[in-house]
Each structure stands twice: as C-alpha cells, then as structure tokens.
Design a protein around this ligand. Structure first.
Ligand SMILES: *Cc1c(COP(=O)(O)O)cnc(C)c1O
Length: 475
C-alpha cells in the first residue's frame, strides 16, 4: 500500500468509524450471535490474492461488527466502563501511523519523553506528590505482576541474583482479599509465590473492605510460623462491589515490617481526577506502587494502564538488562522504559493520553465523571425506594449492585430468578449488565459510566429492569 492509497482508504475508514459511533445506539448491546458464528462467516483459507480496502471495509461491517459487544453503547452497564474517547482514538491512530519502535530512548526519544511528561501530568491531575514516577503499561494485570516481582526481590534481597525464589529458606507471603480482582491471584501465582503463600485477609461484612486488624493478626501469625511477609495488594475500588481497602491503616502496618504495598485502583483511579474522591485512597502516598487504568472510566482508549512507583531505582535494578546492542552514548541521561517493566518493545501509548487531554480537556472529563457519580446515586435511590428491591453495597462511585427479591423467594430459587431476568435483558440486546456473586448468591452489577450514557438512558434501564423482573416473577 502506498501513502496515496492509504490516504484514500484511510479517509473512508475514518468516515465509516464516525458513522458507526454516531449510530451505535441502533445496534444491540450484546453481540447477537452464537459461538462459532463469526469464525464460520470468514474464509477458512487465506486469500490467494488481495481483497482490497473497499471490500475489506464491507466485510468489516458485515462479518466483524455483528460479533462486537458494544461497550461504547449507552445501554452498556456490564463489567466496567471501557470508554474509548474519540479524541484518544485519534492519538492511537497517530501512534500507529508514526510506526515508532520503542525499545530504547534512542529508538524514539519522543516516545520516551512524552510518556514521562504524560505520566507526570496524570500524577498532578490525581493529586499525587512528586515522590511518584510512572510509566504506561498495557494493563493493570501487568502492573500488578511487575509490582509483585519487585516486591519479591526487595523482600528476598535480590534472590534473582542467587538461586531465585526456589532457594529461599522462608516462604514469602502475599496478602489480599477475596474481593480483589482475579488478576491479583494470577500475578501472585505467576510471580512464583505459590497458592499456599497467598493470604485472603478477612473483609468487613458490609463494606467488603480488608480488615486492618485481621491483616495485622495474619502478619503476626506468619512471622510466628517462620514465614516472611512480603507484599500486600490493596484494592481501591474492587471489581465486585467497588470496595475500598483502608490504605492509611494498611500502609502503617506494612511500614513496621517493610512489606510492599501495591494499590490496585484499576477502575477507581479515574475518580482520583476529582479532588472530592481522593479521601477514598487516603494514605496512598506511603504505598510503594499504584496502578490505574485511564482506559476504563476516564476513557483513554485501551491499552493504557498507569504504573507508579516511589523507588524507581529498585524497579530498574530488578527489571533491567543491558545488552550491548541496546546501549547508547546518552544512557546516563535518559529514561529507558524497557527497564521499568516486562516488555522490551513498546507502542507510543502516551500519544492517546496527550490527545485525550488536549482535545477533550480535563474539565470536560471531570464533568462527565461527576455526571456518572450523580447518575449512580440517582439510580440507587430509585432501586432502594422500590418495594422488593435492594441495593446490596454502598455506592461509593458509579457501580450499583442490586437484587430483586419478591416475597417468598430465597436461596437457589432467588438465584434462578435473578439470572432469569438479567440474562433475558442481556440476550435481548437492549441493555447489558453483569450478573455477579456476592456471598455465593447472584446479584446484578449495574456499572454506570459509558461516555454516551445519560440520565434518560438510566430511566429506560430502570423501567426495563422492573418490567422484566416482574414478568419473570409473575410467570
Ligand atoms: C479491571 C480491573 C483489573 C484488571 O485490569 P486489566 O487492565 O484488564 O488487567 C484489575 N483490578 C481491578 C480492580 C479492575 O477493576
């Protein structure tokens, strides 16, 4: 493809995307297909001659789009808001168009230095002190794995340079709660701690936040048993019910024993753009690492996960390799992001943050987040004020956990009822919510915060939910 051919096909594609985004609401939210449908619609052998941009665009529309669950749809309330603002999409396209290679400062100085500046802008916008330095990782899962790797190396005095974790005489222990995201357990297992050394600290029954007293007790018990407490992964806005672990108390306990504290704020980090929400992570300044995803609620298109540490030297000491072919004459003066995480090559991700902030602007982003907070409060009030409906957890941000409990229904019959009404709505394509288990009973998470969702959409949703639940209960 020549640049001239690119220009013409590119204009067509951008026009198509603009139309697609404007008309999204007419499409079903959940993909209306069965497993295998998309695969079967595609040619089973590679094309022998080129298909051409025009025909591909038609196939994109006919064969691919039906297989997309529309998370940008205003009636999408599943999982978490995964906003892909158009401003940030332009930055992502710029990144692709420039075709940079980020393997060292020298391979693209602008990639490194814009990333430094963007991480610092985001630090300022979330009210963090200058003690933090950040980089952009692909996901919060990667950030958490990186955090646990460097925690492991700090606690073991750099066991990687000896026999690794396999040669340590004391088991290293990681603490989190059952409310934490599944990526936390995954990271702990992949980092070699072993399931036996992963402690699920008790949570408080109503807030589902980690109990600081239980944490302190568990740590004492581990010391007494000859184990080495290593890291605590604290949730700031857990996935299930948006629980907030008490960071101030946790960092105090951790400081006594030099235990690493990683703050997983993947979803709720966006709220820290609002000064009025920052009390939710009080104490965060004393943590060791923080991860949050602008690619969720804030709306900088995936993948964009910010990872901050206070001790960059330690991070680099664990993560760096310095092969001769990657060295240059300016190494002493520059940042080498390959030494801040696992991958060597990186994309020019900072461009999408730069575009997002530069085109939408922080004021508009903050106004939208506040709109979503108000919408969540409004929605929770409607549910709480209606007979036989419950809001099951405090609504700290934009997620509302609800259940319909008609008289006489409980236990497994209640589970069947909940799943029946939510799955019927989800399969209809009219709206999408995530059923989720709370204390082994099904409930429904209504995660508000898609850029296109207005109060009117929520009014529709509440009508739809009540009608469907009553219909299922009556039938
Ligand atoms: C979404 C989420 C994650 C995982 O994020 P990825 O970037 O998809 O890895 C981890 N923790 C919490 C609290 C989340 O909300």
């Amino acid at each position: 493809m020549t640049p001239e051919e690119f220009r013409s096909a590119g204009h067509q594609l951008i026009d198509w995307i603009a139309d697609y985004r404007s008309n999204l609401e007419q499409r079903p939210v959940r993909a209306q297909i069965e497993p295998g449908d998309i695969r079967r619609a595609l040619a089973q052998t590679p094309p022998e001659s080129p298909i051409g941009a025009e025909k591909l665009l038609a196939e994109l529309e006919q064969k691919i789009v039906p297989g997309i669950t529309q998370v940008q749809h205003p009636m999408h309330y599943g999982w978490f808001p995964s906003n892909a603002s158009l401003a940030s999409t332009l930055g992502d396209i710029a990144s692709s168009g420039l075709g940079c290679l980020g393997i060292s400062w020298e391979s693209c100085p602008a990639l490194t230095e814009l990333e430094e500046v963007m991480c610092d802008w985001m630090r300022q916008l979330t009210g963090l002190s200058q003690n933090w330095e950040g980089c952009i990782q692909d996901t919060a899962s990667t950030s958490c794995l990186t955090a646990l790797l460097i925690a492991r190396e700090r606690a073991s005095d750099y066991s990687e340079n000896r026999g690794g974790l396999q040669a340590e005489d004391k088991p290293l222990i990681v603490y989190t709660t059952e409310e934490a995201h599944s990526s936390v357990v995954k990271a702990a297992l992949l980092a070699g701690f072993g399931r036996n050394n992963l402690r699920m600290v008790s949570i408080s029954a109503d807030t589902r936040a980690m109990s600081a007293a239980a944490l302190a007790q568990q740590i004492e018990a581990d010391f007494a048993a000859g184990n080495l407490p290593c890291a605590i992964v604290a949730s700031v806005g857990s996935t299930g019910v948006t629980a907030f672990d008490p960071i101030a108390e946790i960092v105090e306990i951790a400081a006594e024993h030099m235990i690493w504290v990683h703050v997983d704020a993947a979803m709720a980090g966006s709220a820290m753009l609002l000064p009025e929400c920052r009390h939710l992570w009080d104490g965060v300044e004393q943590a060791d690492s923080i991860a949050w995803n602008p690619h969720k609620w804030m709306g900088t298109i995936l993948d964009c996960s910010l990872f901050y540490v206070r001790d960059v030297q330690h991070l680099v000491r664990v993560m760096s390799t310095n092969p001769s072919y990657l060295r240059s004459t300016v190494d002493e003066e520059v940042t080498q992001y390959r030494d801040w995480g696992i991958p060597l090559g990186r994309r020019f991700r900072a461009l999408k943050l730069w575009y997002h902030l530069g085109i939408d602007g922080i004021d508009a982003i903050r106004a939208r987040l506040r709109r979503d907070l108000e919408n969540a409060q409004w929605f929770a009030q409607q549910v709480a004020a209606t007979e036989n409906w419950q809001v099951l957890a405090p609504v700290k941000l934009q997620t509302v956990c609800i259940r319909h409990q008609p008289p006489g229904l409980d236990g497994e019959a209640l589970d069947r009822h909940t799943l029946a009404w939510v799955n019927t709505i989800n399969q209809s394509g009219k709206a999408f919510m995530s059923p989720s288990q709370l204390d082994d009973r099904w409930m429904v998470r209504v995660s508000i915060g898609v850029e296109a969702t207005t109060r009117a959409h929520l009014e529709n949703l509440w009508q739809l939910i009540q009608t469907q639940a009553n219909e299922v209960a009556g039938g």
